[in-house]
Ligand binder design. Structure first.
Ligand code: NAD
Length: 339
């Protein structure tokens, strides 16, 4: 019988995770929980996902708006095998899940200390088998791990400096900014470096972040000192054999994140999501054999989605082999087809 998965928080990440879970044959969406009876709640019903109010206050709002629910979050949690928590950071549901004896997966807005286990399918699937709670790190962190882990495995990484040019907010959000400014993150290192180390503890990484007025993607400029000598072709070859990394080319007219998202729309996937990390093939340079430079772009709304699906399989031990789970997830979402 497919595993019953609850999604608490049905916004940017939650609605994508719900669709990805619905696309698997070994798990199903038991229901989604929300605080507001907005258009996303109404669309969840149209998609056939049982809709639950996050609490009694929310239930009153749903009733008033005439949006029919299947119950409240407590009911959903009790009848599920696992909750994917996609609520805003620090919503504080851990005691509820613990009380119900249900496993849970959180997102990157939470601290590593909430679970003491941060998940990346390629790196530590095995360590998370059967765990009760894990966190899938943020979109930026997942993006850095996807390209740095294979580099470390093949060439050894002595040190990394990654500068992250971050999108201001998501496309559906009209409240946040900046809308006409560049905002440096004055914390040093930015939280992303330590966050990468929550999955790759021995990686010597330093990160700097700035926020810019765009909504469509993050862009990373990465400088890596390798332990073994390499060429740009050898580096590309390693990434080519690694899942969830794809290539774009300035020579093909992909000069910016705008063309990457156009390419993603042309792929006709669900919501035009690009789950892979896009590396500019002709932006990969190796100087003196050991200093590697590259650029990559991260579709912040979707790169963590396949990781959530794999985390479900690991926690519930539906599949003991991480590689098999990743292949299954990737096939269902059309990942790898653009390569
Ligand atoms: P969002 O604001 O788009 O969606 C949050 C959803 O949770 C909304 O549907 C909201 O109505 C609902 N909600 C709010 N409070 C709730 C509560 N108390 N109980 C139940 N539901 C509640 O947020 P998001 O961007 O999807 O972020 C969710 C998590 O994913 C955060 O930890 C965030 O850091 C992380 N994340 C976000 C992105 C991104 O780019 N948006 C990328 C990776 C990870």
């Amino acid at each position: 019988m497919p595993a019953r998965i609850a999604i608490n928080g049905y916004g940017t990440i939650g609605k994508r995770v719900a669709d990805a879970i619905a696309a698997q044959d070994d798990m199903r969406v038991a229901g989604v929980a929300k605080t507001k009876p907005d258009f996303e709640a109404k669309l969840a019903i149209r998609k056939g996902y049982p809709l639950y109010a996050a609490n009694k206050d929310a239930a009153a709002k749903f009733d008033k708006a005439g949006v029919k629910t299947a119950g409240v979050l407590d009911d959903l949690v009790k009848s599920s095998d696992l909750v994917v928590d996609c609520t805003p950071e620090e919503s504080g549901y851990k005691p509820l899940y613990e009380k119900a004896g249900v496993k849970a997966i959180w997102q990157g807005g939470e601290q590593h200390s909430l679970t003491n286990l941060s998940f990346n399918a390629a790196v530590n699937y095995q360590d998370c088998l059967g765990a009760n709670f894990v966190r899938v790190p943020s979109c930026n962190t997942t993006g850095l791990i996807r390209t740095l882990f294979p580099l470390d495995a093949h060439f050894g990484v002595a040190s990394v400096l990654a500068v992250m040019v971050r999108r201001a907010t998501d496309p559906g959000d009209s409240k946040k900014g900046p809308i006409n400014a560049i905002e440096p993150d004055l914390e040093m290192p930015s939280h992303h470096g330590p966050d990468v180390q929550s999955v790759l503890p021995n990686l010597n990484i330093h990160t700097i972040a700035v926020k810019v007025p765009t909504t469509i993607m993050h862009l990373h400029t990465v400088a890596v000192d390798l332990k073994k000598t390499a060429t740009a072709d050898a580096v590309l070859d390693v990434w080519k054999r690694f899942p969830r990394v794809t290539f774009v080319s300035g020579g093909d007219g992909v000069k910016s994140t705008a063309q990457i998202m156009e390419l993603a729309r042309d792929l006709s996937r669900n919501r035009a999501d690009l789950y892979e990390i896009a590396v500019w093939r002709d932006g990969v340079h190796v100087v003196d054999g050991r200093r590697l430079y590259y650029f990559q772009a991260v579709h912040q709304e979707s790169d963590v989605v396949p990781e959530n699906v794999d985390a479900v399989r690991a926690l519930l031990e539906i599949e003991r082999d991480g590689r098999t789970s990743m292949q299954k997830t990737d096939r269902s979402l059309g990942i790898g087809v653009a390569r």
